[in-house]
Ligand binder design. Structure first.
Ligand code: NAD
Length: 251
């Protein structure tokens, strides 16, 4: 593995030489915005056991717990703003260097950094609004929260009475077909695939770097610690995403 300075310089050269960059982000890109990741010490994973999709649907008390957690998160991280990592990716998209960003994140910070919603491919959904599990209708959290706080339960869908859930993909829930198709097409058609802040242990998301490599892309993993797919990367850059991207754009 090259030393840190050499790795950052190689990343900068690969960015300059590339025709089409596809950034693929995980929870690690948002830690510098104050949102903890899943698997680092003290991360969300260590505090709350995830509620599976099947349990959410079957058990009203677990639905209440899921909503309680969601609004506690809103109080803790609701004011999070995009950081330099989100901004650099937004600039690549604006300049036409990257067609879109693929993200495992559910926090809407790529859109908040100015990326059009149709250029943010969310393979694990979005937690900033809810959808009905029966008819798919969108509902805003600002409408759900006061009802939850007054009654102890989230309301049913206004249109069909179905169960409302944040628009995220829980463990056990089917992956979003369209977003997965878009993600696979992006990974297959780029010449530089850059993973930023993901432990690459959640599948099928973690298949994407391998797909990119099989289709001829150079693969870079930028993460502060080893990931589940380091063997797939042409270049590994260890460190903080913000520092590294900032040093590359201010060369
Ligand atoms: P993860 O927590 O498994 O991995 C994050 C990785 O990023 C870790 O390896 C960590 O070392 C690294 N990291 C953290 N901060 C970093 C920084 N500043 N610079 C460089 N590396 C950094 O996250 P994952 O792989 O995205 O998988 C977790 C799942 O949890 C995803 O599906 C995601 O939807 C969800 N999640 C999302 C958010 C969010 O939307 N912000 C937050 C937590 C979890």
């Amino acid at each position: 593995m090259p030393d840190h300075k050499e790795a950052v310089s190689r990343l900068a050269q690969m960015i300059d030489a590339s025709r089409t960059i596809v950034p693929f982000t995980g929870a690690g890109i948002s830690t510098e915005s104050g949102i903890p990741d899943f698997r680092s010490p003290g991360g969300l994973w260590t505090q709350n056991r995830p509620i599976s999709f099947q349990d959410f649907v079957a058990d009203a008390s677990l639905r209440r717990e899921a909503w309680r957690r969601r609004f506690a998160m809103a109080d803790a991280f609701g004011s999070a703003r995009p950081n330099i990592g989100h901004e650099v990716i937004a600039s690549w998209i604006k300049e036409g260097r990257a067609p879109a960003v693929i993200t495992q994140n559910i926090d809407n910070l790529h859109q908040d950094a100015g990326v059009a919603a149709d250029k943010v491919v969310e393979i694990h959904g979005n937690t900033t609004y809810a959808t009905c599990l029966s008819c798919g209708r969108r509902h805003e959290l600002a409408w759900i929260r006061p009802i939850f706080e007054a009654t102890g339960d989230a309301p049913a869908c206004e249109a069909c009475g179905g169960i409302l859930k944040t628009a995220t993909i829980s463990f056990g829930q089917q992956m979003p077909l369209e977003a997965m198709q878009q993600a696979k097409a992006l990974a297959s058609e780029c010449d530089l695939f850059i993973v930023l802040g993901s432990s690459l242990v959640v599948y099928p998301a973690a298949d994407l770097p391998q797909l990119a490599r099989r289709n001829g892309a150079r693969v870079v993993i930028l993460n502060r610690e080893p990931t589940g797919c380091d063997r797939v990367a042409h270049l590994i850059v260890r460190g903080e995403i913000g520092d590294i991207l900032e040093s590359i754009i201010h060369r």
